[in-house]
Design a protein around this ligand. Structure first.
Ligand code: HEM
Length: 179
């Protein structure tokens, strides 16, 4: 996983719980920290930090990943406003993840391995999003989608119909807009 993801996690944790909490998580996970944005680090390190946060805050790993994704989105908007500017809605933004957002990420962070999503536009109030990745981080995707909805002042509910973390070969999430 690219160092930028660790930098985002550090910023999200520090903004909400203070920088000392990030230091505690590094201690608990027995990691040295000092992640550089372009560096590549083992996925096991992000999992260890998420688990340390879950233990410390009395949450599940899935809840921490969802929280992280939601908090990361406004930080990403501060850093990459251009990716958000030309969209009138979160739906519009989310549907560009394969065609614009992650291709841009691969240009900025050489060697990034971003997941590919399948989208089925079920009706005007919902999208079914398919996710497949050896990282099995559908909860991070869930959080990113929530965070994107917040940015466009929209309210979504997300239901996981099938999940790699529960034995399925891919994840299917239904994103539904309140109307
Ligand atoms: C709704 C929009 C988005 C979704 C659903 C999404 C989802 C994800 C997920 C689930 C991962 C974890 C890797 C995996 O599962 O294999 C990931 C990786 C990543 N995403 Fe996105 N993302 C979104 C938007 C963005 C934006 C706006 C940025 C930055 C401008 C971004 C940057 C990255 C980076 C840097 C990685 C790490 C790749 C690596 O370490 O190899 N994503 N994304």
């Amino acid at each position: 996983m690219k160092g930028v993801v660790f930098n985002l996690l550090e910023e999200a944790v520090s903004r909400q719980f203070g920088p000392e909490t990030w230091d505690d998580l590094l201690d608990d996970a027995d990691l040295p920290g000092a992640y550089t944005s372009l560096g590549n680090y083992s996925d096991a390190e992000i999992v260890a930090l998420v688990s340390a946060a879950a233990t410390k805050l009395g949450k599940t790993n899935a809840e921490i990943l969802q929280w992280f994704g939601e908090e990361a989105m406004p930080i990403l908007k501060e850093r990459y406003p251009a990716l958000f500017e030309n969209h009138k809605s979160a739906r519009n933004f989310i549907l560009t993840v394969n065609s614009i957002i992650h291709p841009e990420v691969r240009k900025l962070y050489s060697g990034a391995s971003c997941p590919f999503f399948h989208f089925r536009e079920a009706d005007e109030h919902s999208i079914v999003m398919g996710y497949e990745s050896s990282r099995q981080m559908c909860d991070l995707a869930h959080g990113f989608v929530k965070g994107a909805a917040n940015i466009y002042c929209e309210e979504v509910t997300i239901e996981h119909h099938s999940c790699m973390n529960h034995g399925a070969d891919k994840c299917l999430m239904e994103i539904r807009w309140a109307h």
